[in-house]
Design a protein around this ligand. Structure first.
Ligand SMILES: *Cc1c(COP(=O)(O)O)cnc(C)c1O
Length: 404
């Protein structure tokens, strides 16, 4: 995008940031650069230590690649950060944060509920490396404050949290983190870059599974971390160049095409989800609906203060575990529009049953007040519904048939 004095809006940014007409061919759409290596015009070193964030020459695609750099520039512009690093998956992005900023003897505090892969990584892998882990209900700021230690280096939040839609007050967490010299990283996958001003709320590292809303079409897996250049440069050296889990240029190109329409899509996800959530609340079989855009959300005040788009993720309960399991099978048999599948943030609506008891054994292992808080949102289990971009009336009719 050419430099102007005006600050472009999010729709313009999503379309034009990081790209421009191809200087050699005049192509209006960005080309796909699959090349793994780049011809040098001068004698240079080939070490991660030679890399400078923000340079525009390329050496080798594990360091950086023009198609990946285009996507990184778009995400950074939309998220309002100096820089961004894209990796092979959302899990690669989460791993990159933990393994770049934590060493043996350090302490990290992670949301007690999180994306299941992250929950298992922090409970199984980090302790094996001698990293101390506390898991805390991040909606309980007193519990977070009590968990802080002199060696706390990182607080990792997720809001709205997968799968139950509980929220975290990001600004309050940033204040606590910075008070002890720790970084605050937030998995903002459910919210998308349009859902919160994470930078304004003090978050240092904003992580996304770009497999979800940013790509938006369910056809490419990827991850991203956005933040200040110094932090991203450190991550690029460790996570990309040394650990090697880089994003394929083809996936970057597909995801960048999806991202171009992200602001438009997020508006449609929000309005569709509000219609579906409002309808679900009136259904006799549905006992609880959790959606941050509903006045009934137990943190509705925080939602309206912190969120700039409520996104398309709904959680709802229907009675006990047995009833949930039977209904899940009925959905598999009857749904015609909505796909019964994991993942989220696609143009297609997706639904999946997540039963509390087995999740506690595999991923979350919560007890006492933490388990109680989880059950307040999820009971014996929830249906996690990712409202896509279909007509809301069609989604409601599909759910009506499946819930009958
Ligand atoms: C999907 C997801 C991840 C993991 O991302 P992948 O791209 O599947 O590796 C992490 N966090 C959240 C909140 C997610 O929904």
């Amino acid at each position: 995008m050419k430099k102007t004095n005006r600050q472009p809006g999010p729709m313009t940014t999503a379309i034009h940031a990081g790209e421009g007409p191809d200087p050699t061919t005049g192509a209006s759409s960005p080309p796909l650069h699959m090349s793994s290596t780049f011809v040098s015009s001068e004698v240079a070193g080939f070490s991660a230590h030679d890399l400078q964030e923000g340079r525009d020459t390329f050496i080798y695609s594990r360091w950086d690649n023009p198609s990946v750099a285009m996507l990184e520039a778009k995400i950074a512009a939309l998220q309002g950060t100096e820089s961004c690093l894209c990796l092979a998956s959302g899990m690669a992005a989460a791993t990159a944060i933990f393994l770049t900023f934590l060493s043996t003897g350090d302490h990290v505090i992670v949301s007690d509920v999180s994306y299941a892969g992250v929950a298992e990584l922090v409970r199984e892998t980090l302790p094996r490396l001698g990293i101390e882990v506390s898991t805390v209900d991040m909606s309980d700021l007193a519990a977070l404050e009590a968990a802080l230690r002199t060696n706390t280096k990182l607080i990792h939040t997720e809001t709205p949290v997968n799968p139950i839609g509980r929220l975290t007050d990001l600004n309050a967490v940033s204040v606590l983190a910075h008070g002890v010299g720790a970084l605050h990283s937030c998995d903002a996958t459910f919210a998308s870059p349009l859902g919160m001003d994470a930078v304004g709320l003090g978050v240092d590292l904003i992580m996304h599974s770009i497999t979800k809303y940013i790509g938006g079409h369910g056809d490419a897996v990827g991850g991203a971390v956005a933040g200040r250049s110094a932090l991203i440069a450190q991550m690029r050296k460790e996570a990309a160049i040394h650990h090697g889990g880089v994003l394929s240029p083809f996936n970057a190109w597909l995801i960048a095409r999806g991202l171009s329409t992200l602001p438009l899509r997020m508006k449609a996800h929000q309005s569709g989800a509000l219609a579906v959530a409002t309808w679900l609340e009136t259904h006799p079989r549905v006992t609880r609906v959790v959606y941050p855009g509903l006045p009934s959300h137990s943190q509705a005040e925080l939602a309206s203060r912190q969120m700039t788009n409520f996104s398309g993720m709904i959680a709802f309960q229907v009675g006990d575990a047995q009833e949930g399991r039977l209904l899940a099978q009925q959905m598999i048999d009857r749904l015609q529009v909505i796909h019964y599948a994991v993942s989220l943030g696609h143009h297609r609506s997706l639904i999946f049953w997540m039963e509390t008891e087995p999740l506690m054994e595999t991923s979350f292992r919560l007890e006492g007040v933490q388990l109680q808080s989880y059950r307040d949102y999820a009971g014996d289990g929830i249906f996690r519904l990712s409202v896509g971009l279909e007509d809301a009336d069609d989604l409601i009719a599909d759910l009506e048939g499946a819930l009958a």
